[in-house]
Each structure stands twice: as structure tokens, then as C-alpha cells.
Write a protein that binds this ligand. Sequence first.
Ligand SMILES: Cc1ncc(C[n+]2csc(CCOP(=O)(O)OP(=O)(O)O)c2C)c(N)n1
Length: 594
Amino acid sequence: MNDGTGIATIPQLAAAEKNSASTRIASYLLTDYLEQLGVEVIFGLCGHTVIALLDALGKSRIRFVSTRHEQVAAHAADGYARASGKPGVLLTHLGPGITNAATGVANAALDSIPMVVIAGDVPSHFFGRHPHQEINLHMDGDQFEVYRPFCKRIYRVDRPADLPRVVERAFHLSQSGRPGPVLVDVPMDIFSADLPVDAFQKLPAPVARPAIEPGAVSTIIQALAEAESPVIYVGGGVLSAGATAELARLAEAFEIPVAHTLMGKGCMREDHPLLLGMTGFWGTPIANEMCRTADLILAVGTRLAEASSSSWDPRFTFAIPPTRLMHIDIDPAEIGRNFPTEFGVVADAKLALGSLAEAAKAGYRPARGGVRARIAAGRREFAENWAHQRGSDQFPMRPERILAELRAAVPEDGFIVTDVGWNKNGVGQQFPITVPGTFITPSGLATMGFGPAAVLGVKMAQPSRAAVALIGDGAFGSNPSVVATAMETNLPVVWVVMDNSAFGTIAGLEKMHYGWSFGCLFERNGETYTVDYAGIARGFGARGIAVQSAAELGPALKEALASSLPTVIQVPMENAPTPTPGHWNINDIYRLGS
Ligand SMILES: Cc1ncc(C[n+]2csc(CCOP(=O)(O)OP(=O)(O)O)c2C)c(N)n1
């Protein structure tokens, strides 16, 4: 086994290794390792760079959900992560595969969703020769850079021996601290390389979440006890940390109203008397007002981002200062970014709220007797604006009636997955959520196309619970192939398509500022162009129901939820805007010219 020098050559070593029973092809070892990590499902789309891994997956216990577009796979992995609490795993081909998936991965990143993306890449021995489908305009084998702005970490695996370490790091990082996606970019030859059978040994370490120190608890408790009109302001971090019970205990102990962001919806039962509702542009007047006039805000697990903060304009949602801000977040980068912050704590929301609630038990009881009545009156007054619409027989339907029918039909623990448009804004503002985690929405990136696909992952994670995607026709039309995937995977999800023959929200915005909706309406030869979405569903072999009157929606929903087949319910809807009690600075920017 040598070339006469007595030293084995590299090909000889490789051949010897291949023959040895102590090595195995990397893709099979990787699959075993993923099983060991508890991965049950991988969403993705094939390509020549990943079939070595597909072969291994096909022979494993892991389910592979093959979608017809990588963005769908990424959103489905995202939905799976949100509904299961485990990282979503996505598999993509190189070049157009990884770029197609980018939107879905970025969407997960901006909502702090744990995800591991495994992408095939060109063979490493062809680096420099610009092989087929390689992204290389700045560097050879450079596709992983496309993910740099939104992934927590991007890895390109340059040697087979690095694969186990990189995969372990990816699962560790995606879930630790502030969760998010991590990319593992694998030149395809590495999937087929030999590795020692025990190469994948190291498991991600169990990590204790950062707690709040006693001194910080005292500081916050004292401030809350002394404040006259404090508000607890809650973001998605509270839900992802599973801290809703601790939140309620703290709020109740001190009789403090709770307002929330879009991602924070569900942090308290909608009928909790201390719940103000959502803030911001599409929020509620009482939430905006009590936040704006609070003397102290304790923000937890939120970025204090633009949409929920009325573009940080002090006239609408937050006037900080004079309001004092204390902020608890898992990510130090979030503290102090958007407002002057009196006190910041980097901690897990569950541990922090738990410690605060515990300390509050012992403490002093402020007399904030009028708070509940004021909240109830504020919520009632706003809801009166659309109360009559909830029973409206108008057809095309009023969106409020669609929400009312949906709430009546979907069990409390069922999932409502939205997209962007009236569905997201209206549900955030008007739809009662009582079970934490049942409202799933694309917040940070606000990606049209999320809802129809994410619902697949949600249902996969929680098959025994109802999963309904409430989406616009713009979103559904952008990738109806989700129905094929639901059929292939036997996922009886329900899509309720709010059909206004338009990218309605933007159509309304343009109309308001420019008097028309050029470029936002679905038209053919100057006439409204309507699509038979229910018929499309039937074409995929699924059920399609085209609702012909408002009265038909309730029964259609019941039928769909009872069915073992996926169902598209097409609901003609008036393009009525969602009320906007807050502010969005874009409205100060548009200028009508000639
Ligand atoms: C991928 C993507 N492209 C564009 C937008 C901008 N956008 C925000 S809302 C919206 C309209 C969505 O239309 P539809 O799904 O029909 O819902 P509707 O607004 O009519 O309720 C668009 C295009 C976006 N958020 N995401």
C-alpha cells in the first residue's frame, strides 16, 4: 500500500479508509445524528447536490416533506418550529434552491425562530472552475454569503471532518440565546465522503437560560410598585420562552395592564381584564393610549419595533421619555436601541418574569382599582366600531364577519396562521386568542406567502389540532403549490382565502394617497380578474369550496375542519381597510405630484 517510498499516498489512504469497516459515508452518519437529535421531519426540495442525503433520509425514520418551491419549504419549517418548539430543518439544493429559500429563512430570522438550513453546494474539488449553478461572482463557492445578513451563523463545510462539528454547532446556536436560523452549506462531495463511524459524537450542550439577578428584581419591583400608571409591554419573546403564566402572575399581583406587539398576541387570554391588546398602527386605541401615558413601561421580549411602536412617534404609542423604560430581553442588542432605557436586563423571559412574580407576591399592593374598568371600557368602545359587521350578510363578505365565523368554528386550541394583509392586521387587532401560541404570523419580515406554507409545518407539528391559514388571494396566488404538498403529506389543513382580487392592503394605501390603485389590482383587459382558487384546489385533488353567501362560510369551515382532506375555502371579500389607531411614518412620506 505505498508507492515504493514506504509512505502511503493520499488516494491509497482514502481507498484503505473506504474499505475499512470503521468508516461510513457521511450522509448516512449525518442522518443517524439528526435522528439522535430528535429531528422528525425535514422540509425541502431536491437537486443533484442533495440526493446523497435524500437517499439516507429515505432509509431513516425522519420524514422528508418535499415541496414544490423552496420558499414553501422554508416557511413550513418555520411553522413547524413555531408549533413544535423544536428547530425547523430545511434542506435545499444549491444556487436557485438556496436563493429561493432565502425569503423564508429571513422571515424566520426576523421572528427569532430556530432553524437549521442544510444546503448542498458545488463539489469542493471544482472550486475555482465555476461549476454548474455555483454562485461565485465574488468568491468561489460563495452561496453561503447570501444568507449572511439574516443567519445567526453561516458555515461552509470545507472538509468532511468538519461536518459533525458544524452540524452540532448549528443545532446549538439555532436554539441558544435568541433563536434563529443557522446555515450549514455542504459541498456535495462531502455528503459522499467517508467519515469514521463515530465522527458524530458530540451533542449540543444543555444550556441553562440566563436568569435575572436579585438586585435587578428589586430595582424593577420597586419601580413597578411605585409607578402610578405602569404598563407591561410584551413581545414574542414571552411566548417563545413559555412565560405566559409568569406574566399573568406579575400583572395580577400589581394590577398592571398588559399591552403586546403582534408577535406577543396570545401572551394573555384575550378576555383577561388586564389585557389592553396590541399597540401600534393596527393596534387598539386603549393599548396605544395607556402605553403613551404610562409613567413606566416594563418591556419584555420585544424589539420595540416600528409597526407596534407607531414609527416611534411620541404622539401615538410610546412617549419615552417622559415615560420611563425598563427592558428585559434575551438579546443585549435589543436593549436601548430605539428608546432611552433606564434599566436593561439580559435574561430569559420565563425566568425573569417568574422571579418578578415571586417577588411581587411578597410586596406591596398598589391601589389601581380603576384600571380594569378603564380597559374594559376602552376595548368595548373600539370593538363597537365593527360589532355590527360581525353579523353582516353583505356579500362579498365583510372581513369582520369572516373573523367571527372563524372564531366560532375553530377550537380555542386550534392554530390561526396568517399571512400579510387584512388577515394579519385584522386578526392582530380584533381576533380573540385564548391559548398561547395558537396565533402564528410573519411579523418582522411580513412576508406575503408565509401563511399558506407555514400552516403545513404547523399541522405537521400538531396533527391533532386544527390548523387554519387565513390569507389573502395575493398570498395564496403566489404559491398555490402548497395544496399539492398538503395532499402528498396527508395534511388536512384549511386555507381560507380572503379574495378581494387585489393586493388589497397596498391597493388601499395607494388609493388613499394617490387616488387609485395602479399596479395593485388583479385585472384583465381593464376588468377585475377573478381566479377560481377553489377549482385550483380540486385540481390538486383537494377539496375546494367557493362560498356564495355569508351564511355559507360557517358550515364550510365546519365541513373543512372535519375533513381528512386539505380544503381551500374561497371567500369573496370587500377590500375594507383595517382600522389604524396608531401611526406609520410612511404616510408622511408619500407626495402626490403630476
Ligand atoms: C413577498 C412580499 N411582497 C410584497 C409585500 C408587500 N405587501 C404587503 S401587504 C400586500 C398585499 C397582500 O395581498 P393579499 O394577500 O391579497 O391580502 P390583502 O392585502 O388583500 O388582505 C403586499 C403585496 C410583502 N409584504 N411581501
